[in-house]
Ligand binder design. Sequence first.
Ligand SMILES: [Zn+2]
Ligand SMILES: [Zn+2]
Ligand SMILES: [Zn+2]
Ligand SMILES: [Zn+2]
Length: 379
Amino acid sequence: MSAGSQMLFLLCALLLVAAPLAPAQNVPKLSCGTCKGTGLLPCPGKEHDPKKMCGMTTPHHCDVVYRAPCCAGTMKIPCERCKDANAFATLEAEKSFRHQWVETQSAFGKDCAIQFVNVETDHFLVRWSIPRWRVGNETMGRNKASHVFIKRCEEVATKFEKITGILPAQKQSLYFTDSGEENMKVTLVKMGGGRRSTFRFYGMAGQVVQWPDPIGGMDSDDGYHAHTVHNTGHLLVQSAIAFQMKLAPWLDEGMAHWLEREQFGKQRTYCFQEVQAKDSWMDADWKKKMYGEVFGRDEDNFASVSMRDLDRLTYRDRAHGWSFVDYLIKNEPEKFKTFFSVMKRKNDTKAALDEAYGISMAVFHENWRAWVLKNYVTK
Ligand SMILES: [Zn+2]
Ligand SMILES: [Zn+2]
Ligand SMILES: [Zn+2]
Ligand SMILES: [Zn+2]
């Protein structure tokens, strides 16, 4: 054996011996007993607890907690005994991020001269100015109510992801104003158009402004919740995958109605560009009514409803749109994901039917008819 190879062997042996000892070098220096070496202590303040302040414990940003003078909601203060510079710098960085967030978000309300509470989660940004809101037996201020509603938006997102397999890459914003006047202010200052009623701005990062108008029955928690689900549905439909300037209205409205009806058992939100006269379809039990249409062969044809523009969609057309969506989602849930994705990329109903199901519009219509007769029949 040459000297060279022996040397190599020795080195390997040394490394092997040394390896298990390596962690010994990472043993921390004598740690501070007060903070157990973390450099931080629990904040003794009382204004930082999300459970009490906003009623939401899942990670999120909100100015209620971030404004806490004790610790900006970090729930930590530096340990004065060991004065750990690293821990202190990390804490300061987090606090300054939070102060910056509050600053940025409150600028929106200042621009509009409206007092908003701001909350941000994974998929939504909510601004809320309604001073008092009743949920069940509890009357809430801005802080709690805004969190209740952003949680409701996240619930819609969860449902949406389940049916489409996807969520928008960007955050969607919902502004809950207190009155028609405030609605007007926000739309004027931030969206370039004065509207006293619900107003949506579509894009990859969509926005909705709404207020609890008693005329629409939205001054009740149930009614306003339903309206919010419908609008959140529109935001998600419009901003997922790709933005289409004029996404097929039967699908857009159909999905928003579907999400609202699945949760509340009825449809209450109608998105019309102009005031529409009421008709018998408006408050009807759509399941029952669609069954009657199909049973009597009075239903409208899928090919023609699917071509209609938004301003030409009647209440009855919307019921058809909802039922087409209902069928697509419930009959073959996995294929609906493909269908939705093609619609969002091409906005072409014919192409999407072909790619996802390999069928024509005429075949779709017949399959849907048969499904309605089977599934909407009342015992
Ligand atoms: Zn310490
Ligand atoms: Zn919060
Ligand atoms: Zn604190
Ligand atoms: Zn709608």
